[in-house]
Design a protein around this ligand. Structure first.
Ligand SMILES: Nc1nc2c(ncn2[C@@H]2O[C@H](COP(=O)(O)OP(=O)(O)OP(=O)(O)O)[C@@H](O)[C@H]2O)c(=O)[nH]1
Ligand SMILES: [Mg+2]
Length: 627
């Protein structure tokens, strides 16, 4: 065990952050390394190893690993395995850490110390970051860090990861390897002791620190009596979600109008400035009409994320998982799947990654298969465009807008379909019938920090604008190219696009999509939409801008589709977007997570079949109803 004593190599030692889920490891990691990894108030946010760099007070460079949280060194889920493997030096392409910063939640030492002793027994040098010390202090929990350090045999630093308190002390500690190696020697002695003795040691530590009598009601318990109430709880959840969808439409209106106006003005000015020709068409029809039509939806996306961020930070999400556990149980899932599914509202890919915290392999697979049915934020521009164009802006009842209601229904359609698919899958798998009680930690409620919400929204804006500026721009321009060439023969009538490659492709595809009510422009727009769903909007922007014959070329997209599409066509396209696997990166993520082509192939097939069926039904039923 002598080799456990650390030598600082100039190449840079490796430091790993280890601790229970939700104790603040990632917040600490971000503070130490200046990274911006995701932090949220529920267990299982970090599901893979993340690396960063840190400079100590003396200027030494260290590599730092942020790891998924774990309760013990006996992994039950894929994410916990990552941490255990790194600690044991089994992780691929990674040496065993030279130092572990064991992050302990000061408000819950009893449970957190259990992991600490297991880590110490591994013989890796250890220091303790006593995090959440602000919350502990507020609850009257006073911990004598000096005494704790003596009892554990390792240095203890008090930290508040969210505001950076204690980080300097921690950095200073990293320059003194002689102080942490002491822990390793003690750990050697302790290694002889059995696992079963840990409980006694924990009790002894808590007794010494006079923390053993600590119990009593927490502020969170009071809130939970209302939020987890069997009747009130689900009502609060429903109201919350409903309010969210209303807000997406009503709050977004002013900024959306502003952006729309700016883009229209830009198109007009540029159109007047540039001489007639291909270049003007590229800029006005491709760039401004295409890309601009997606950019308009930024406010709505930000409002959605504003709500998601607040839900994540407050600690409400695991509560919602508990409320829905019964319902999810009836379709063979547990509340465990709730957070991965909710994350899929942002994007299916992080949602699919989040399933790594699900211990049961069958549950994990079913959750992966239904995650794409959750309405991701890339669908929002498509939904918002169609709703804005075809659903009148009026109140249904007492301030509830029809547009928000339709959006709510679309989200619900995805959720209901996901539950139905899970239920069908349950019929085919035996283990789906087992009852698995939900064991999930309820974190204490936190007030969301305004700063981290603002930062989160800023990150979202960056992601969106980057998407618009790269993939959406590139594909829109490609589509413009395909739509403009070859040029129509001299003396041809009609819009030039009809003679182009894109025009021909669109008409060929329309054969497949005609039965569900799509015209050739829509069929064409679906193709680049496979790379990113929103591209369908910019593609329609470009295609329609080019299809417009004479003077009305600079018109916005909405009035154009209102004039040319029937209501059943619009509804059918909405139904298509609820189900269709219009996203290649999701398929790639599923392949990665399931190690093969089988599951992604099954997923593609069932989603396409569902989409076609749903659109066909929607188209024909609404045509029959409308007449
Ligand atoms: N008040 C307070 N909140 C904190 C502190 N450290 C972290 N938090 C909050 O605690 C929650 C959990 O923080 P994370 O950094 O995501 O926790 P984690 O240990 O990485 O969690 P997993 O990745 O799920 O294992 C977030 O809401 C943070 O904002 C702290 O010292 N004080
Ligand atoms: Mg984390």
């Amino acid at each position: 065990m002598r080799e456990a004593i650390v030598h600082l190599h100039p190449a840079g030692p490796l430091l790993a952050l280890v601790g229970n889920p939700n104790c603040g490891k990632t917040a600490l990691f971000n503070g130490l390394t200046g990274s911006r990894q995701k932090v949220a108030n529920y267990a299982g946010v970090t599901v893979e190893r993340k690396e960063g760099r840190l400079k100590t007070a003396a200027g030494k460079l260290l590599r730092v690993l942020d790891l998924p949280g774990t309760y013990s060194l006996y992994p039950r889920s894929p994410d916990e395995r990552v941490t255990v493997d790194v600690l044991a030096g089994r992780a691929q392409g990674e040496k065993r850490p030279d130092l572990v910063v064991c992050v302990l939640d000061a408000t819950n030492l009893r449970r957190n110390l259990r992991l600490f002793f297991s880590v110490q027994r591994q013989g890796v040098p250890c220091v303790v970051a006593l995090n959440m010390s602000d919350l502990a202090a507020r609850r009257g929990i006073q911990i004598d860090t000096q005494r704790l350090s003596e009892l554990l045999g390792v240095p203890v630093v008090r930290t508040v990861a969210t505001d950076g308190a204690g980080l300097d002390d921690l950095r200073a500690l990293l320059d003194k390897p002689e102080s942490w190696s002491q822990g390793a020697i003690e750990a050697y002695a302790a290694a002889a002791s059995a696992e079963g003795d840990d409980q006694q040691r924990i009790n002894a530590v808590l007794r010494e620190l006079k923390l053993d009598g600590l119990q009593g009601e927490l502020p969170s318990d009071k809130v939970d009596r209302v939020v987890l109430h069997p009747v009130l709880g689900p009502i609060i959840l429903a109201v919350l979600l409903f309010f969210l969808f209303q807000a997406v439409f009503s709050w977004a209106e002013p900024p959306k109008d502003l952006i729309e106006g700016a883009i229209a003005w830009l198109g007009e000015q540029t159109g007047n400035l540039l001489p007639e020709g291909y270049f003007r068409s590229l800029v006005v029809d491709g760039l401004i009409a295409g890309v601009g039509s997606v950019l308009v939806f930024l406010p709505q996306i930000l409002i959605l994320f504003f709500f998601i961020l607040i839900l994540e930070e407050s600690g409400y999400l695991p509560r919602a998982a508990f409320l829905l556990d019964r319902i999810m149980g009836s379709v063979g899932l547990s509340g465990r799947s709730f957070i991965p599914l909710l994350s899929s509202f942002a994007c299916a890919i992080p949602g699919i990654m989040a399933t790594r915290s699900i211990a049961n392999p069958r549950d994990r697979l079913v959750t992966i298969l239904i995650a794409p049915l959750m309405t991701c934020s890339a669908r929002l521009p498509v939904y918002a465009l169609l709703i804005g164009a075809f659903v009148p802006e009026r109140d249904v009842w007492g301030g509830i807008g029809l547009q928000g209601l339709v959006l709510f229904v679309l989200y619900m359609a995805g959720i209901v379909a996901a539950m139905a698919v899970a239920w069908v899958l349950k019929r085919f798998t035996d283990s789906g019938r087992q009852v698995r009680p939900l064991m999930m930690e309820l974190p204490s409620y936190h007030w969301p920090h305004l700063r981290s919400i603002a930062l989160g929204l800023w990150q979202r804006t960056e992601i969106f604008v980057k998407r618009v500026g790269t993939i959406i721009l590139a594909l829109t321009l490609l589509l413009w190219l395909l739509s403009s060439f070859p040029a129509p023969p001299p003396g041809a009538t009609g819009a030039p696009i009809e003679y182009s490659i894109a025009g021909m492709l669109g008409r060929a595809l329309a054969v497949i999509f005609e039965p569900i009510g799509f015209n050739w422009q829509i069929s064409l727009a679906l193709v680049p939409g496979l790379a990113a769903r929103e591209i369908a909007v910019s593609a329609l922007g470009t295609v329609y801008s080019l299809s417009a014959t004479a003077e009305d070329a600079a018109q916005a997209l909405t009035p154009l589709i209102v004039q040319t599409w029937s209501l059943p066509t619009a509804f059918s396209l909405l139904a298509w977007y609820v189900f269709a696997p219009q996203c290649l990166s999701t398929i790639a993520a599923v392949k990665r997570e399931t190690n093969g082509y089988k599951i992604p192939a099954i997923m593609l097939a069932y989603l396409f079949a569902l989409a076609y069926l749903a659109s066909w039904l929607t188209f024909h039923i609404s045509r029959w109803l409308i007449g």
